[in-house]
Design a protein around this ligand. Structure first.
Ligand code: NAI
Ligand code: MG
Length: 357
């Protein structure tokens, strides 16, 4: 039996409520497929920050490095500035573990009302590949003439050849892997003078290595409109850190609830552990009521298995999830229009794995 070492970081708020459901489902699929999980639980969170002034201990990264993968809930809570909690944990892990791919499926699931008119499952079904460690989210820049009339700031974006090429290449490889030979690039080379013309140039160069894959590119503004007007046209969409960030919330938003969407932060070379999390945050507005939807966290666990090479187990979780959602009287949390509790949904998916629905 293969046993994987998994670092479990529920984090803040509803992260603590949805994580147990994902572990329940993992244990269930593990029994079915003969996979073991050796969990190490970490309570790093905003609560830790309030106590210690740090989101993780000094040797936090080397503790995480001992694991095959990281399963994360959500980070951020009122009372702790978001940029401190984010740069202290989530962004730190993404960058120091070189998780340069952020991969998010955009898929309309059965039984979830779609905010776009007349769309059914299958109509909205594509992948967003977002650059995750450079681009617009950089610490390069600064403030000048502080306190004078001339005060201002400069925020620089960083696009290296290495960083740009490897994310574009990942998108083309992804298209081949899923057998949908079409990649769309998000650009804005009409407005951004240096960065996006370079992005386009590299997209053309890397694309030339994949003559079997059809290429499209759109400026980010019209691309956002096309997401909403004709989601059927997309297969794999690749974008820089900022564009990808926005598109990968717009996408899940189009599928009815961001609560079901997962997100994978991947180091494709497997030099460091990759990290899997739901798209949503810690939802302080509903924390404590046990009504958070655990599906995003459960789907994230499925993506983790896929990354670890356990494709069958990963697919079984997805199937159990969609089977449960397809049934008329499935337990649904309030965001899906029902009254079920977090654990009702987790139990139903864990049971569907072993006994069907
Ligand atoms: P949020 O995603 O936490 O909540 C947005 C809205 O969606 C809320 O009304 C919430 O109740 C609802 N929602 C989110 N997840 C849900 C679920 N699983 N089931 C049912 N409803 C759900 O985003 P918000 O409110 O902007 O941020 C709250 C905190 O979370 C902030 O501190 C923020 O920085 C942090 N955050 C962390 C993220 C991460 O860890 N990757 C991502 C987004 C926000
Ligand atoms: Mg975001």
């Amino acid at each position: 039996m293969t046993t994987y070492k998994i670092a479990v970081l529920p984090g803040d708020g509803i992260g603590k409520e949805v994580m147990p459901e994902a572990l329940k489902v993992l244990d269930s699929v593990g029994r079915l497929c003969g996979i073991g999980f050796d969990y190490t639980h970490f309570d790093w969170s905003c609560e830790t920050w309030l106590k210690t002034g740090q989101m993780m201990p000094e040797d936090g990264m080397s503790q995480l490095a001992q694991n095959d993968a990281i399963l994360l809930g959500a980070v951020g809570y009122p009372g702790v500035p978001d940029h401190l909690s984010l740069w202290g944990l989530l962004l730190k892990i993404r960058r120091e573990f070189d998780q340069y791919v952020n991969l998010r499926p955009v898929r309309l699931l059965p039984g979830i009302p779609c905010p776009l008119a007349n769309k059914k499952p299958g109509d909205v079904d594509f992948w967003i590949v977002r650059e995750n460690v450079e681009g617009e989210y950089s610490q390069v820049g600064g403030r000048f003439a502080e306190g004078t009339e001339a005060e201002g700031v400069v925020q620089s974006a960083v696009f290296t050849k290495l960083g740009t090429d490897r994310i574009l290449r990942y998108a083309f490889e992804m298209a081949r892997k899923i057998g949908r030979l079409h990649v769309t690039s998000a650009t804005k080379s009409n407005g951004l003078y240096h960065s996006m013309p370079y992005w386009d140039e590299r997209f053309a160069a890397i694309g030339a290595e994949y003559p079997d894959v059809r290429m499209d590119q759109y400026h980010i503004d019209i691309l956002a409109a096309r997401f909403v007007m004709s989601p059927e046209r997309f297969d794999v969409v690749v974008g820089s850190n900022l564009f990808g960030d926005i598109l990968s919330d717009l996408g899940p938003g189009m599928t009815g609830t961001i609560a079901v969407a997962p997100s994978a932060n991947i180091n494709p070379e497997k030099k460091y552990p990759s990290m899997f999390e739901p798209v949503h945050g810690s939802a302080p507005d509903i924390f404590g009521q046990n009504i958070a939807n655990p599906i995003g966290q459960i789907w994230a666990a499925s993506m983790m298995l896929d990354h670890l090479g356990e494709t069958e187990a990963a697919a079984l979780i997805l199937k159990a999830m969609t089977d449960v959602l397809s049934t008329q009287n499935a337990p649904r949390t309030p965001d899906m229009g029902g009254r079920a509790k977090t654990s009702d949904v987790g139990n139903a998916i864990a049971e569907a794995l072993t006994s069907g629905v």
